[in-house]
Design a protein around this ligand. Structure first.
Ligand code: CDP
Length: 213
């Protein structure tokens, strides 16, 4: 069973993906961490993100064991990730890892921008999770503040808008809702309500498909 969760920056896909995976006993992959880690490694190697070679070398040498690094969550690496994520060669270098992960037994939940459209077009269930930019900025700001990151909510909102624009406007694997994805707008839902709504959608979809989760 494969569940694809896509959505714009700070839409809560990661938290939802983790909880959905735990609920069904599936593995979970936050694919944003791959792009963040590529940006981290390219910068650590002294690379310039404008230089395609640095990001490509980092994507080919990526060590998945480093994906849990808490430093990946900084706004600076989110921004840098969306720059390296425009490169089709970087995306191609990360494709096999994601598809192999999705094939794990008994199944997996992957969250990102292009899971339902490119990585797992045949996923059993696809969700597109979104919320208003202002609500996403409010949530991300609270998260960053709790981690001691010194930033304003206005800056977080500007970062989110810039990244959404870059992610939606790129040529390769742009951020978009797959035609067969269910839209889940969490603007007025807290995480528990969003989780319940996601489970209801998935259970209904699996019921329709006549499968046992
Ligand atoms: O957590 P947040 O929504 O802020 O970002 P993320 O999911 O960690 O992704 C960081 C960046 O990686 C995004 O802005 C995208 O540019 C890129 N990304 C992508 O291109 N494709 C994916 N499947 C996942 C992330």
């Amino acid at each position: 069973m494969i569940i694809a969760i896509d959505g714009p920056a700070a839409s809560g896909k990661g938290t939802l993906g983790k909880r959905v995976a735990a609920h069904y006993g599936l593995a979970h992959l936050d694919t944003g961490a791959l792009y963040r880690a590529v940006a981290r490694d390219a910068l650590a190697a002294g690379g310039d993100l404008a230089d395609a070679g640095a990001a490509l070398a980092a994507s080919r040498a990526l060590d998945p064991a480093t994906l849990g690094d808490p430093c990946l969550r900084t706004p600076a690496l989110g921004e840098a990730a969306s720059v390296v994520a425009r490169d089709p060669d970087v995306r191609a270098a990360l494709l096999a890892y994601q598809r192999d992960f999705a094939r794990k037994r008994p199944g997996a939940v992957l969250d990102g921008r292009d899971i339902g459209t490119v990585i797992c077009p045949d996923a059993d269930v696809k969700l597109f999770v979104t919320a208003s930019p202002e609500e996403r900025a409010r949530r991300r700001y609270k998260e960053l503040e709790a981690c001691g990151v010194n930033i304003t909510e206005a800056l977080v909102l500007a970062d989110i808008r810039r990244r959404d624009e870059r992610d939606s406007g790129r040529e390769t694997a742009p951020l978009r809702q797959a035609e067969d994805a269910y839209l889940l707008d969490t603007t007025n839902l807290d995480i528990d309500a969003a989780f319940r709504a996601a489970i209801d959608l998935i259970d209904a979809a699996m019921g329709c498909a006549g499968r046992v989760v």
